[in-house]
Design a protein around this ligand. Structure first.
Ligand SMILES: Cc1cc2nc3c(=O)[nH]c(=O)nc-3n(C[C@H](O)[C@H](O)[C@H](O)COP(=O)(O)OP(=O)(O)OC[C@H]3O[C@@H](n4cnc5c(N)ncnc54)[C@H](O)[C@@H]3O)c2cc1C
Length: 549
């Protein structure tokens, strides 16, 4: 397993349960994985008055019909039993007055189906998963950073990782590898994502010859705190919060008359950005008003975001509205995989935010990502186990470790060159300014040129810290290489897709165009250059129609 977030741990537990010898590698201590920051909750049709079909319809509609309906069906059908399984493991959920798991309304959902633990759902889930990991005796290589997936004669052989505290490189020989390395949020300047969300697994997969799918679809969350980009959960609007402009108007009445603040994230983010750009913002933000919910509800159900607003914006939501704006939040795209986590390379599997199954299509609904991690984490664990039980171990190629040692030594030896931090800032600015919420041909082309230039500069960059022990600069260097590749895939996909769908909005092509573009984008890396291809979308139950909220 590469990655000890919810997807990685869930997969590892499933594989260990089937009697396999499983190890998990994580560049940070497992419970610091970004999953721990999830706030608002996890979706499942738990009640008799709700149904998996309704959950499926909301998800398909939310995806702007780009999600694969066969995969969405699997996720929505299996959601309730996976949540109950989590509860049996020991996960704590908030309760309703009858003692059932409480559920709150969320954006784009036609029923209040988001199960939650106050506004700390990810924290509750991840710690329980970690206990299970220990219980099942999974070996943990923590603070080991994977820098290469080893593939020989078309099948997975294991990986190469660097042990952080010594700087030593190790080969880990295995029959199969599951990539669950999370998202790439740090490509953008303003993001809710942890510093560790640098998309490593996606970059490693590209290098191994796999395709990344639908990378142009990048989710911007409507309510991130001014300056820091810290998330104010959608649960705040689910509990009844309003969004106001500088005139004190609830502007969402104009953009989504029926559900207002609870339209899907892409819709609300565009509405906010329009208000800000047309001069009705407040210091580059809009206001999230929770005051009418009352102190008791805020303190019991939204205590974490209250503390964050006080600490990082100097505002107490009990008495003042909170300044928020849209910010990068989630990667809809990822490593192309089937419903069982299989990639195009035998023995290589993927799950969680690093994967694109695709259940989110062009726009993810809040609460569906935590669900994806446990449903598809479990399924990837099962299929990797089956693969291991039916496949002979093959040798680890002799040269792989030597080659990796040589590349790392070359970087460490380089004495002269530009700082990687200037290059990283250039990438963050280019992606935010040219590949954000509103896109067009000229802006995207500028972003693409900039990233190409930065990739050239990256090849000649040098490190200040050239030591072995805990060399964080070396890790930043490796992460930056992956992020530049990912940026180029996002831009290429966005330039080519001449339509607007979900989170991908082209001001020069403002309509969705099903005839030409009801298809997935695949990006491949070949000899250092990127190539696009396309694949059909699975449409089973719901025919594409116009999306209105
Ligand atoms: C602030 C915030 C709030 C959110 N709230 C919600 C919510 O309420 N509901 C919801 O459904 N979704 C939510 N999401 C999204 C959801 O939390 C994530 O998509 C999901 O938790 C990702 O889980 P994961 O297991 O795929 O990856 P992560 O939890 O990101 O874990 C990635 C793992 O990969 C490891 N790793 C990465 N690179 C390497 C490498 N090179 N070598 C070794 N290890 C590596 C890391 O150490 C880490 O263990 C939220 C996201 C954020 C940022």
């Amino acid at each position: 397993m590469v990655g000890a977030g919810l997807a990685g741990m869930r997969a590892a537990i499933e594989a260990a349960r089937s009697g396999l010898d499983v190890a998990i590698v994580s560049k940070i201590y497992p419970v610091r994985s970004h999953s721990v920051a999830a706030q608002g909750g996890i979706n499942a049709a738990m009640k008799a008055t709700d149904s998996w079909e309704a959950h499926m319809f909301d998800t398909v509609k939310g995806s702007d019909y780009l999600g694969d309906q066969d995969a969405i069906e699997v996720m929505c059908r299996q959601a309730p039993s996976d949540i109950l399984e989590l509860e049996k493991m020991g996960a704590v959920f908030s309760r309703d007055s009858e003692g059932n798991i409480a559920q709150r309304p969320f954006g784009g959902a036609g029923y209040p189906r988001t199960c939650y633990l106050a506004d700390r759902t990810g924290h509750g889930m991840l710690h329980v998963m970690y206990e299970q990991l220990l219980k099942h005796g999974v070996f943990i290589y923590d603070e080991w950073h994977v820098l290469k997936l080893v593939v020989e004669d078309g099948s997975a052989r294991g990986l190469i990782a660097i042990e952080l505290d010594t700087g030593k490189l190790h080969r880990l020989h295995s029959k199969s590898v599951i990539i669950a390395t999370g998202g790439y949020g740090r490509v953008y300047r303003t993001t809710t994502n942890a510093l560790s969300s640098t998309g490593d697994g996606m970059g490693l997969a590209l290098d191994a010859g796999l395709a990344l799918m639908d990378m142009e679809f990048v989710q911007f969350h409507p309510t991130v705190l001014a300056r820091t980009g810290i998330l104010m959960t959608e649960g705040a609007r689910g509990e009844g919060g309003f969004l106001l402009n500088s005139k004190g108007e609830r502007f969402m009445e104009k953009y989504a008359p029926k559900v207002k603040e609870l339209a899907s994230r892409d819709v609300v983010s565009r509405a906010e950005q329009t208000e800000i750009e047309e001069g009705r913002g407040v210091d580059g933000c809009v206001l999230l008003d929770l005051r009418h919910l009352g102190a008791e509800k805020i303190k019991s159900k939204l205590s974490q975001i209250r503390a964050l607003a006080i600490d990082f914006a100097g505002v107490d939501p009990v008495t003042s509205p909170v300044p928020v704006k849209p910010g990068h939040h989630y990667s809809m795209g990822g490593i192309a995989t089937d419903k069982d986590g299989r990639t195009a390379i035998p023995g290589l599997f993927t799950a969680g935010e690093s994967a694109c199954v695709s259940v989110h299509g062009a726009n993810r609904l809040g609460g569906n990502s935590l669900l994806e991690t446990i449903v598809f984490g479990r399924r990837a664990g099962t299929s990797a186990s089956e693969y291991c039980k039916t496949t002979e171990a093959k040798p680890f190629p002799e040269s792989a470790l030597k080659d990796a040692c040589h590349s790392v030594a070359t970087i460490l030896k380089r004495e002269e060159g530009e700082s990687i931090f200037a290059i990283k800032k250039g990438m963050n600015d280019a992606m935010e300014d040219f590949c954000g919420i509103f896109r067009n041909k000229d802006r995207l082309a500028k972003g693409y040129e900039k990233i190409k230039e930065l990739r050239e500069r990256y090849k000649k960059a040098a490190l200040v810290d050239r030591s072995d022990y805990f060399n964080n600069e070396l890790l930043h260097y490796l992460e930056l290489g992956q992020m530049l590749d990912i940026s180029e895939c996002i831009l290429l996909g966005a330039m080519n897709r001449e339509e607007s769908r979900g989170s991908h909005f082209r001001t020069d092509f403002p309509k969705r165009d099903d005839e030409k573009w009801l298809k997935h984008t695949l990006a491949f890396k070949e000899n250092g250059e990127f190539r696009l291809d396309y694949r059909d979308v699975s449409v089973t139950k719901f025919k594409p129609e116009e999306r209105k909220y």
